[in-house]
Design a protein around this ligand. Structure first.
Ligand code: AMP
Ligand code: MG
Length: 484
């Protein structure tokens, strides 16, 4: 790798310095013909990066890792993880942390690449990524951001000019990803598995420094850190539930201590409201089904608590008691975040008397089942005097009318509903259409239109009608894939 002057970006290497045991030097694969497919200009500016410079050969070198700026120390991060319940030592097999940047608000952000070549953790993998899945990560993370959900972001997608062999040869690409950090539940688990108390402490200290600085002032800083991660994850999963989002692979290596969502692989938004919905091709048991996300998040947080035990108390029994008590805050925190989210969706923010109505409505929705996103959006029409939109899609009309009467009696605010129930989400058939056009025809039009729609999800815009419509009849069951 050649170094370029620090003209494009100044990168720090705090992770590599603080946790050298978890940082393996990484060298990016050469890119025969790099081509910028997508650049997130607003995000670039937020990071203090000049979009015009990012478009130069030097900039593309940064965004693919082939020309790291002078002073940068690109590393693949080691971590562990419970994958579908089984514990394994892992690490970035096809990714690297280029380093940290300080954004225009003074926050430290990771600049990270995915699909940048094999690393010491690659095992049998080729270290590469295909264009379609990297564009999916861009679309879904931009949508999440616009919906106000804490998330990692996509800065760019660069096609490499090299084919990637999957079932068939596909165009290869590198995603540049930005995160508050890439410290995972699995990072803590690895430090614990290595039986190195000093390393475990440094991981926790870095998490406190970067995400939960208030914990440093607590008399029990590590317990405060654990509680803060629990609260952040409870909030994240409540957001997913109210939006009808299925992450698809909630292994502990895909759960960040920051509470941002990461790894938009086999993810999907619900079309029909089916609490048992699973999209991932490898999740036969439905471990990560829509309705299982809250308990699975709690399970993942229990694994975090186990890994943190030596930090919580010298005596294991006392440590277990502290961790168990802290984990007990997950359910009430999730219930509170969920209740507040649904009160807002029902146009009754802050109103506890709305809570009884939520599960009754969800039962009516599931019994039909209705298109999740458009049903919530149309509900506001009933406040405006038009019930037919929702009546036209629910089977149990008597049950619905009865429910509508009780709800309307509480005086919901239709405008408040429109501000939280999106019109435009990355619907599965639209994502497939956009990826297919980009991958097989090099046509970026559908991708750009979809990005434009989901970046402003709440306000109806003429010309975007088809982006608000349910999947066409013949779309069939949607299946998504990991590691693509
Ligand atoms: P993910 O499901 O994307 O979170 O990936 C799980 C693990 O597999 C991580 O350690 C990845 O770095 C690794 N991995 C996934 N795909 C590849 C690949 N093509 N080459 C090398 N490692 C990979
Ligand atoms: Mg992952």
């Amino acid at each position: 790798m050649t170094s370029a002057p620090a003209r494009v970006a100044t990168l720090h290497h705090r992770f590599a310095d603080a946790l050298p045991e978890l940082a393996a030097p990484a060298v990016a694969a050469e890119t025969p013909e790099p081509q910028l497919v997508a650049l997130n200009e607003p995000l670039a500016r937020e990071l203090g990066l000049d979009p015009d410079l990012l478009r130069t050969p030097e900039g593309l070198g940064l965004l693919t890792g082939t020309h790291a700026p002078e002073g940068a120390t690109p590393v693949a991060q080691a971590y562990a993880g419970h994958q579908f319940g089984g514990f394994r030592q892992l690490g970035d097999g096809r990714a690297m942390l280029l380093g940290e940047l300080v954004d225009d608000a003074g926050r430290v952000r990771d600049l990270h690449l995915k699909g940048s070549g094999r690393t010491p953790f690659a095992r049998n993998g080729d270290g590469l990524a295909a264009l379609g899945p990297m564009l999916r990560e861009l679309i879904v993370s931009e949508s999440m951001h616009a919906l106000g959900v804490p998330t990692t972001r996509a800065l760019s997608v660069v096609a490499t000019g090299r084919a990637v062999q999957r079932d068939e040869p596909l165009p290869g690409a590198v995603l540049a990803r930005v995160a508050s950090s890439h410290l995972r539940v699995g990072t803590v688990q690895l430090a614990r598995a290595l039986d190195d108390p000093d390393l475990l402490r440094r991981v926790a200290d870095l998490a406190i420094e970067r995400h939960h600085p208030e914990a440093a002032d607590d008399p029990e800083p590590y317990l405060a850190l654990y509680r803060a991660v629990i609260a952040a994850q409870a909030n994240l999963v409540a957001e997913w539930m109210q939006l009808g989002f299925v992450h698809g692979v909630l292994n502990t290596d895909n759960v960040l201590l920051s509470g941002e969502a990461i790894d938009y692989g086999p993810c999907a938004f619900l079309d029909a409201f089916d609490p048992t919905a699973v999209f991932s091709s490898i999740d036969g048991e439905g471990r990560y089904a829509y309705r299982n996300q809250p308990p699975i998040t709690e399970w993942n947080l229990a694994r975090l608590g186990e890994a943190m035990l030596p930090l919580l108390h010298e005596q294991q029994d006392a440590a277990i008691e502290l961790a168990t008590d802290a984990l007990g805050t997950f359910r009430p925190a999730f219930a509170a975040a969920r209740a507040e989210a649904y009160r807002a969706k029902l146009g009754l923010p802050g109103r506890r008397d709305a809570d009884l109505l939520v599960d009754q409505l969800l039962d009516l929705m599931a019994a039909t089942p209705v298109d999740h996103t458009s049903f919530w959006r149309r509900l506001a029409d009933a406040v405006r005097g038009d019930r037919e939109g929702v009546r036209g899609v629910v089977l149990d009309l008597q049950g619905l009318d009865c429910w509508l009467d009780r709800w309307l009696n509480l005086g919901p605010d239709a405008r408040a509903m429109d501000a939280v129930n999106p019109l435009y989400i990355p619907r599965n058939h639209l994502v497939e259409e956009a990826l297919d056009a980009a991958e097989s025809e090099g046509d970026l039009g559908p991708l750009e239109q979809l990005l434009d729609a989901v970046r402003s999800p709440y306000v109806a815009r003429p010309g975007l009608e088809r982006y608000a419509e349910p999947a066409p009849e013949g779309f069939g069951r949607y299946v998504t894939f990991c590691g693509t």
